[in-house]
Design a protein around this ligand. Sequence first.
Ligand SMILES: [Fe+2]
Length: 285
Amino acid sequence: MEMINLKDLAIKVEEIPILPDRINKIIEITENPDSDIKDLEDEILKDQSITSKILKLANSTYYGYAKRICTISEAIVLLGSQTIKSLVLTSAVSKLLINELPGGYHLGKYDLWNQSQSCAMISKFIALKIHYPSPEEAYIAGLLRDIGKPILNFYVSQEYNSILNKIENESKTFIQAEEEVLGFTHAQIGSMVAEKWNFPTPLVESIQYHHSPEKAQSNQKLVSIVHIADAVTMMMGIGLGSDGLSYNFSNFAFKTLGIEEDVIEEILFEVTNRLENNNDFSILN
Ligand SMILES: [Fe+2]
């Protein structure tokens, strides 16, 4: 059994493509209270694919609106800059999350993607419920929490039997087994990617500590939201994969958010309802 060499991992993280400058620029503008619609529009218009995605979303969301929405500035006003930010980021990271992760995590094509979108939606739901100031931030944090898995998958598959053994015979959680066998968790690797992408600190932390929310320092609420959303997602068995059943809910997270455990039932009910009614995880749900 061999621990992962930190250097090898750093190389793997290095291989992850950086987010295009334009994406970072758009995120920056949506986070700057002094920027205006014109700044955002100018940046979006430089990218044809993002432009058409935004118009498509605006027109399908405001179906039945008196006229078709033809300009980005109109779309920004209707959708709001936070939704634009989610859309841009979602389309940028989707490439990394849709691939199949066989062997280690046993995730088929789109499994991690569906799981991530479910976690994002549940995060936003919890955020709205507890009146968290930025439900979109919670959405993004939920979407990205397992971004380390595509990188760690290779190592997990190499040591799969040892990991499984720890879970089955030593009743470890998947994340404990990952750490004990590999010396690293997908959460740690994920935060390295987030740092590489220059994400804001609370977002890096929510990825790093989504399985151990009590360790968070900058935004314990955000991390707790993602933690509970992640555990609920796993419980629902959406694209479960090999680590689906060996996670725990943290009491710290419930306490931090001021909610009781019975909220899980409410979330499950609400999410299942939405899934049945429209069968997709649109970012506006
Ligand atoms: Fe995770």
